[in-house]
Design a protein around this ligand. Structure first.
Ligand SMILES: N[C@@H](CCC(=O)NCCCC(=O)O)C(=O)O
Length: 256
């Protein structure tokens, strides 16, 4: 029995209709690279029964998005964030969802916006416009390139020696893609940094002493995941944690 993984959706208007949207690459990374069953977690905010949902899921994938976490969740400047760059319904869903998943030991893999959400959900803050800081590189996608070329690697990240990623990947650094305006400023106290860009921006974290797998990356391992050995290793580690939870759930329910 394959584990069931919830994938966070964005609330968007599609052809004039309120919709829940998930990028295909996230869905396929769970179905193919992780060999799990993907299901959508809608951005319903308080209308979503998170405890009931987590009882039935073996993992959570917190996806990237063109929208950003609303600055009010981390003391940022709400006046500067354009409304089309926000998704309050997603914030109202993923922030409590990630807190509950970490607390219950439900495996979490958080990507890009998800990386930022995990930090904010656990009490950290974000830089809203990393490229304006002066001491950081521009981490935004190159809009002069065709969309598919924007997911190619563009900079190096250095892995924390003997950290989760360095141990998993058996290397000290790696090349990653970069498609983000925001970035981690103050790291949540429960998180440990696992990777940094050359400019010092935190590019990966994990929850220290978490009861389960709880990992975030600022880059996009879901992009053509099965073609990248680092991405395969990350999704396989996530899948192993989901398989363990699935076995525990079956045992607790008496179905094995
Ligand atoms: N909007 C935030 C998060 C960036 C992000 O998730 N980018 C990926 C969007 C498209 C995709 O899902 O591949 C920021 O700009 O920091």
């Amino acid at each position: 029995m394959r584990p069931i993984v919830g994938i966070t959706a964005c609330s968007e208007i599609v052809n004039g209709v309120d919709s829940q949207c998930v990028g295909d690459k996230y869905i396929r990374s769970i179905a193919v690279a992780a060999d799990c069953v993907p299901v959508l977690v809608p951005s319903l905010g308080e209308a979503l029964d998170i405890p009931s949902l987590l009882e039935r899921l073996d993992g959570i994938l917190a996806t990237g998005s063109d929208s950003g976490v609303h600055p009010r969740h981390y003391g940022g400047n709400a006046a500067r964030q354009t409304p089309d760059g926000l998704d309050p319904a997603r914030d109202a869903t993923t922030l409590p969802l990630l807190r509950a998943a970490v607390e219950k030991g439900v495996p979490v893999l958080a990507i890009c916006r998800g990386h930022q959400e995990l930090n904010v959900a656990l009490g950290g803050t974000l830089h809203q416009f990393v490229h304006e800081l002066g001491d950081k590189r521009d981490h935004r996608e190159d809009t002069a390139l065709p969309k598919k070329e924007r997911y190619e690697p563009v900079h190096t990240v250095h892995l924390a020696p003997e950290g989760f990623l360095a141990t998993l990947l058996e290397r000290e650094d790696m090349e990653v893609n970069s498609l983000h305006w925001q970035g981690i400023d103050r790291l949540a106290s429960l998180l440990v940094a696992d990777a940094w860009a050359d400019d010092g921006l935190i590019e990966a974290t994990h929850v220290a002493d978490a009861p389960g797998f709880a990992v975030s990356v600022q880059w996009h391992p879901e992009w053509r995941a099965e073609e990248n050995p680092h991405s395969v290793a990350l999704f396989e580690a996530f899948a192993k944690a989901c398989q363990q939870r699935a076995a525990e759930r079956r045992h607790c329910s008496g179905s094995e």
